[in-house]
Design a protein around this ligand. Structure first.
Ligand code: SF4
Length: 283
């Protein structure tokens, strides 16, 4: 793993995502190295290949200082503004233990008195360490990505990320702390093609944590993501890969949607965006 310190030019960056106005990414690259990660395209900004994703992390060591200055872009202390923390990296990956950039940026936001919504998205229990800071913010929403409840599956697709059980436990603890949470069930992994019954197990596990809000998204197998997955999963059985690719077809998505929507009726989850999100074919 290559870890390097860099200086960012900007840290509070306008977002093109529908659910956020700004994004903050304190790291370029992500040590969790999930094989399906759409953010692998970020390598082009630092001279890395798509297949290098997961093998480098550049820490933007000036992020907290820069954020302090850039918060002046906001009016009314950010009232009505949503910031996503983070969109193309995990803010609480291993490098955070050394650099604490995410933690310091959260302190900057709390000291500034940010009045908008701060949405934190992570796979890491390290987020629990910043709960006292999160509690100082007016509107905080923490999402934990749960793609499976099977630790073997998480190890397979999310090589260096905290395993599934650690994430379920993190959601439970956040709820016990009174933090507003949601579970990001995304991407819907291709093993659901063969084992749709497993989705119920995931929903049951999330429900037991106390979380009642869900963000669900189909997998995005854009060509660059598919190429990297082929590279990452090169030893897998070709039959599995064929099934895997079928998860991009409209028919498959509709079939899976039907299963999930039917299941959701037996819980009182709120489905964020009121739909299971998907990327357009091949995009
Ligand atoms: S944790 Fe998120 S940003 Fe990091 S590799 Fe996995 S999907 Fe990508």
């Amino acid at each position: 793993m290559e870890i390097k310190e860099t200086q960012a030019k900007s840290i509070l960056v306008k977002s093109k995502l529908p659910e956020s106005d700004y994004v903050i990414n304190c790291y370029t690259g992500c040590g969790f190295g999930c094989s399906y990660c759409y953010a692998s395209f970020m390598g082009r900004f630092v001279g890395k290949k798509i297949t290098d994703w997961g093998e480098y992390v550049y820490a933007k060591v000036n992020a907290p200082e820069l954020l302090k200055k850039e918060l002046s872009k906001l009016k009314d202390n950010g009232k009505g503004v949503t910031i996503l923390f983070s969109s193309v990296t995990d803010p609480f990956q291993a490098a955070e233990a050394k650099y604490k950039l995410s933690e310091k940026c959260l302190i900057v936001l709390a000291d500034y008195g940010f009045e908008g919504t701060l949405s934190v998205l992570t796979k890491s229990p390290t987020v629990l360490k910043v709960v006292p800071i999160l509690k100082r913010l007016k509107d905080i929403d923490v999402g934990i990505t749960i793609t499976s409840i099977d630790d073997k599956i998480s190890r397979y697709f999310e090589k260096f990320a905290p395993n599934a059980s650690a994430r379920i436990e993190t959601l439970t603890k956040l709820n016990q702390e009174g933090i507003k949470t949601y579970a990001f069930l995304g991407p819907l992994l291709p093993h659901f093609v063969a084992e749709k019954n497993k989705i119920k197990n995931v929903l049951d596990a999330i429900y037991k944590t106390g979380t009642r809000r869900l963000f669900i998204e189909h997998i995005n197998l854009a060509p660059y993501i598919k190429d990297r997955m082929l590279h990452e999963l090169k030893d897998v059985n070709p039959e599995f890969l064929t099934k895997f690719y079928s998860s991009q077809s409209k028919d498959y998505r509709e079939e899976l949607n039907t299963v999930i929507y039917k299941l959701l009726k037996s819980y009182d989850f709120e489905l964020l965006h009121n739909m299971i999100l998907c990327h357009k074919d091949g995009a």
